[in-house]
Structures are given as C-alpha cells and as structure tokens.
Design a protein around this ligand. Structure first.
Ligand code: AMP
Length: 121
C-alpha cells in the first residue's frame, strides 16, 4: 500500500489538526489517543511517511528505527507506566486489514494505568 498523505496522523504532523502532545523529538511524535480504550492510551508515531511496521522496517533508517523504539520507553516513563517507575503497560501496533489498522500511518498504542486485560478477543 502506498502512503496516503491525507491520513489523520499526517495532518497532525503538519499541524493541520491539533493533538494532546506527550513527547516529540527529531524522528518521533507522541500524543494521547482521542478515543482512549484504557485509563492511559497514548500513540507513538514516526515523523517519516510509513504505512505500517513492515513498511517502516523495510524503508526506515536504523536511526529512525532506534528512535521509535526508544521513544516508546521514554513516553511510558513520562506517563508513569514504565516498568521501572510504574506497573507496566501494553505496546501494540496493528497492520492492515487483519490487524485492524484504521489509520494508515505507523503508530504504536501504549495502554496502561490499569490492567489491560486479554491480549486478543
Ligand atoms: P488503529 O486502529 O490501530 O489504526 O488505531 C487508530 C487510532 O487512532 C484509534 O485508537 C483512534 O482513536 C486514534 N485516532 C484517530 N484520530 C485521532 C486523532 N485526531 N487524535 C488522536 N488519536 C486519533
């Protein structure tokens, strides 16, 4: 699938739509999910144009890949849910149709602040 520049997260990155920002650096933006599924529900996205994790791992630089991975832990610390200062959390990403992906810009969900529950329904 080719990247759709009109997806909602691309609009957030271009500041055409606002978000409740948690963290930002050169390669990554994190913000609260607009429709939280748990007490804490954050999203972590790369700034580059990647449709999903497979696309990212095939085309992103090592620097971008490391930055996104480290940002997940950084955001968890900011939110107080990381393993060292909190009680843990779930990080997941959906890919395409069977994964249930709705927004076609790679994003990791971080769920926490309470027991997250069953892994899949
Ligand atoms: P997915 O089904 O994995 O593609 O998840 C997309 C997520 O994006 C959902 O949890 C939505 O609630 C969330 N979402 C959609 N629009 C916005 C927005 N404008 N700001 C923050 N989160 C959003």
């Amino acid at each position: 699938m080719s990247y759709d520049k009109n997806n909602i997260f691309a609009k957030i990155l271009r500041k055409e739509i606002s978000c409740k920002k948690i963290f930002e650096n050169e390669h990554v933006l994190s913000f609260h999910d607009v429709n939280p599924q748990k007490k804490i529900h954050a999203l972590v996205i790369p700034k580059g144009e990647y449709v999903d994790l497979d696309d990212f791992n095939q085309r992103a630089s090592d620097h971008e890949i490391v930055a996104l991975s480290k940002a997940i832990t950084e955001v968890a610390k900011i939110l107080g849910i990381s393993v060292d200062i909190g009680k843990g959390y779930r990080a997941l990403t959906n890919l395409s149709e069977h994964g249930g992906q709705e927004v076609s810009h790679l994003h990791f969900h971080l769920f926490g602040g309470e027991k997250v529950g069953k892994m899949v329904e």
